[in-house]
Design a protein around this ligand. Sequence first.
Ligand code: SAM
Length: 236
Amino acid sequence: MNLILLDPSEVDAHHARITDARRLTHLHDVHRAQQGDRLTVGIQGGAMGKASLITLSQHEALFALEDLCESAPPALPVHLVLALPRPRMLARTLEHVTALGVKEITLLHTKRVEKSYWQSPELRADKIHQHLVLGLEQARDTLLPNVTLCKGFKAFLEGQLPQLLSERRGLVAHPGMENACPRDVDEPTLLLVGPEGGFIPWEVEQLIQAGCDGMHLGPRILRVETAVTALLSRLF
Ligand code: SAM
């Protein structure tokens, strides 16, 4: 937790109060925080800065806020479309991509996504929120990504993709494509990453016909969470 991310409801004009066990335990056990310590805080959706710890008990931490005038770091110019991975990998991937600065995420059904994954508790709004918060706290950011679920590939292709591609360059990550993943991109990009079994050939064809470019990351086939991190690092 490199940033204590505060919900606006925890803050008044000059103070912040937190009472949940997760952050209190972290303050005690990891920060070994003491009265008078100055820690980095940020308000969800807002600014960041320093706050001094007035009191810390097992039940609450009270901070005096200094001038919060630091902005969140810049976002990546990317909308990530991720074929829904298995629940544990989804949790880690959401955390990683949030820490890297992705602000738009679509979780998509494709042929090789296990249908049962859509029933996972990891897809509950509160669980998704938890993973996003961990990513923001890690990277010192305050702006939550938007996560949308799309349970039909054809519906995505016909309904959402044309609009998304009207404002962005589309890139499909797929092993064996002719072109390598580009570097140092600064234009708005739609990045599509397949499920653990990969996109089927028909899906790749449809995405390319719709205007996306296929690209590869070299001969090594990477796990989804590794591939997403490598792709984002290389692209931006
Ligand atoms: N057997 C699957 C295949 O060949 O497509 C492997 C899928 S991989 C575990 C999951 C996703 O990560 C892929 O669909 C792709 O989007 C991305 N990926 C992993 N390694 C890649 C590579 N070397 N080049 C491009 N994309 C890759």
